[in-house]
Design a protein around this ligand. Structure first.
Ligand code: R5P
Length: 302
């Protein structure tokens, strides 16, 4: 062990810049864990040979299944090396959408994965978790300390700097909390559409009654995965005569053909926070995340 009063930010190979930016904002050292995937897909995780008493693991949990196993290996290894306070900074927190059993026998992933992370980490810090029916992150992730930050002010600032009096539009009811907060932050009008999803890629969107002719519309949502929600909203917006439609999302999952699909639907540009590494990243989260860690420099009692 090195100086026990030190702390270290531990990043992972697929998300190193964000870990380094966080470490820099906190004036801490940063190390990147080594991850080897064996031919049969098992993971080997190798941490630095010595760790301080506090380690901040910075890893976003998009495409999460391997990462969850690797976090379990990381946490157990760090504890065995004497780490006392283990913080997880996961700007995108996975498995938060499945918050109830919609059919008998269905796993309530939010509670199960949340419990697993709380067992491994003293603190869990994230950004705009998809908590729809669960009011507080602590209920989903019962760790000693949880922090759910919102990127809405940063997104609002981004929109204010790039657009002139656009209409902010949330593409479904669940996006209302983000659309409203972003619109308040940039001083724009906002509206919220309604969505009916019949399948992963089968979505219908009905717009609110707002005059769209000639307007600049910015779609705002927390998550974009297949891009179908944004695409269906964009098509409707353009059909009603909007001059331009762009999209800003917090978590840029953008699986498979999502970006092509959005372009074909007429979305002229897509922007995102760097909660998930993606070419659309335009809003850095380190300035938001760092202050949430500072009060926790003191160790969490276990
Ligand atoms: C769900 O309610 C979320 O807010 C997003 O609207 C949803 O995850 C987007 O999914 P997709 O891009 O696959 O339509």
């Amino acid at each position: 062990m090195s100086d026990p009063d030190d702390a270290l930010v531990l990043g992972f190979p697929e998300y190193p810049e964000q870990a380094r930016a966080l470490a820099q904002a906190l004036e801490l050292e940063c190390a990147i864990a080594e991850v080897h995937r064996f031919p049969d897909s098992e993971s080997l995780v190798r941490l630095p040979p010595a760790l301080p008493s506090r380690v901040v693991v910075c890893r976003s949990l998009d495409r999460p299944n391997d990462k969850l196993v690797e976090l379990a290996l990381t946490a157990a290894t760090a504890r065995s090396m004497g780490v006392q306070t283990l913080t997880l900074v996961a700007p995108y927190l996975c498995y938060m959408r499945q918050d109830k059993a919609f059919h008998p026998g269905e796993a309530v992933s939010q509670m199960i994965i949340g419990r697993q992370l709380a067992d491994q980490f003293d603190e869990v810090i994230t950004v705009d978790p998809h908590l729809h029916r669960t009011p507080h992150l602590q209920q989903a992730v019962p760790a000693a300390r949880t922090v759910a930050l919102t990127s809405a002010p940063l997104i609002g600032e981004f929109i204010a700097g790039r657009f002139q009096a656009p209409l902010v539009l949330g593409p479904d009811g669940e996006s209302e909390q983000w659309a409203r907060a972003v619109a308040q932050s940039c001083g724009c009008a906002y509206g919220v559409a309604q969505k009916h999803r019949q399948g992963d890629r089968d979505v219908e969107v009905a717009l609110p009654h707002v005059e769209l002719a000639g307007r600049q519309v910015v779609l705002v949502d927390d998550i974009a995965s297949t891009g179908r929600t944004l695409a269906r909203a964009a098509e409707q917006v353009l059909a009603q005569g909007a001059a331009d439609v762009q999209a800003v999302v917090v978590h840029a999952l953008f699986v498979d053909d999502a970006m092509d699909h959005l372009r074909r639907a007429g979305v002229s540009a897509v922007w995102s926070t760097d909660s998930i590494r993606h070419p659309s990243n335009a809003i850095a989260l380190a300035p938001l995340l760092a202050p949430a860690l500072r009060p926790a420099q003191a160790r969490v009692a276990r």
